[in-house]
Design a protein around this ligand. Structure first.
Ligand SMILES: [Zn+2]
Length: 401
């Protein structure tokens, strides 16, 4: 079943034809007119009520199709997820940083939803997997403690907003017992620092950067801070780069974000899969509601080097690798079939899946596959790709059972 999916025009999206969301959508839906000034941020593939996909031929919503035919989901999914598709699949085109955020674990999400249902709208967790399509930048997880200590030592303005006393104790802490507590105190002091102080220290810091030479600028992450400042002037999130790993993913490298892991996507394009939820605890780089208290409380304060954040797939066969995060809600297969291949059968899945064609040219059931097209595949369905005339790249999201 080919799906017609919905686009979200959030302001951080890439503009007009620059956006892969718009340009791929246009290939699959030629009647679509790309607006020159519109930010095309996300394409949503799934049954989420804020952007439900529908059967392209009949216009019936996918959730209505699944209500009439729950057997399409597959037995394990029906049992585990109460006859619902458990994941939401997306394409993202990011021009401007998304907020610094973390997502609660399942139990914590249930509590937040019970206590503040107007902010935390569902009781579900929201693990996320992002696979880069273009060079992709993100902040993710706490840096190794010695890196953070170096910044605290060398960046006077950072020390000022943490507070000299706390900063001093942090700098004399050996990596080991008690590190997490003092790191948490530093991070919390920063996040709860008064806006006047943040504004003043950022002003001084940017002025200082303008006198630095190239090497010193890079050692204090000046280009990154300046870029974030231009997007979110006076935002405390500009200081967060000194706490969080700055990652640059190459195309087809992936990032998995489990519960309570602080992160912010900064730039680039990716496919993203997540559990069906909207629970985001935000703390910076955003005009939206910030729940600093909850965020500082929930983070794990685990420190790890950036390279350990890259999430590796396992090989399924010669054309297919699968990213299987440690949650039952979803997995994503990356399928690359070289041109010249005449017959390739995808691994059969015990779960319903969504197949998203990103590049290349081939046939499926004698239909010519278009870039940007999206298919719903029922559980245990046999899919054969034929006549690959240009290297084919596609992604398949499914439950992980
Ligand atoms: Zn997130």
């Amino acid at each position: 079943m080919e799906l017609k999916c919905q686009i979200q025009t959030y302001d951080w999206g890439k503009i007009g034809t620059e956006s892969k969301v718009a340009s791929l959508y246009k290939i699959a839906n030629p009647e679509f007119e790309i607006g020159n000034d519109t930010p095309y941020a996300e394409l949503w593939m799934g049954t989420h009520t804020n952007g439900p996909s529908e059967n392209k031929l009949t216009g019936e919503s996918l959730s209505s199709v699944l209500n009439s035919h729950p057997e399409y989901l597959g037995e394990p999914v029906r049992e585990k997820f109460d006859n619902q598709l458990p994941f939401l699949f997306k394409l993202l085109s990011i021009n401007k940083a998304l907020s610094i955020q973390a997502h609660p674990a399942k139990q914590h999400a249930e509590l937040l939803h019970r206590e503040q249902p107007n902010i935390y709208k569902d009781p579900n967790h929201k693990p996320e997997l992002a696979i880069a399509l273009t060079p992709f930048e993100a902040l993710c997880g706490f840096r190794p403690i010695n890196e953070i200590q170096n910044f605290v030592k060398n960046v006077r303005e950072l020390r000022a907003i943490i507070g000299t006393d706390t900063a001093e104790r942090f700098l004399t802490t050996e990596d080991g017992a008690g590190t997490k507590e003092i790191l948490k105190e530093c991070f919390k002091n920063m996040m709860t620092c008064s806006q006047d102080q943040i504004t003043e220290q950022l002003k001084q810091m940017l002025q200082k950067f303008s006198f630095f030479d190239e090497e010193k600028r890079n050692s204090q992450l000046a280009p990154l801070v300046e870029r974030l400042y231009s997007q979110f002037p006076n935002d405390v999130g500009c200081f967060a780069v000194y706490f969080l790993n700055y990652l640059k993913l190459k195309p087809l490298e992936a990032l998995y974000l489990g519960p309570n892991e602080p992160h912010a996507y900064l730039y680039g394009e990716c496919v993203e899969c997540m559990a069906c939820s909207d629970n985001v605890v935000r703390a910076g780089l955003t005009p939206k509601y910030k729940d600093v208290e909850t965020l500082c409380f929930m983070l794990t304060y685990d420190c790890q080097p950036a390279e350990l954040k890259i999430f590796k797939p396992t090989v399924e066969d010669k054309y297919c690798e699968i990213f299987k995060p440690p949650v039952p809600d979803f997995a994503v297969a990356k399928i690359m079939i070289p041109h010249g291949e005449d017959y390739y059968q995808l691994p059969i899945r015990n779960s319903a899946s969504i197949l998203f064609i990103v590049g290349g040219s081939a046939k499926y059931n004698s239909i010519k596959l278009k870039n940007g097209s999206v298919f719903f595949v029922t559980a245990n369905e046999k899919i054969v790709i034929e006549n690959v005339t240009q290297d084919l790249l596609m992604f398949q999201a499914m439950a992980n059972l």
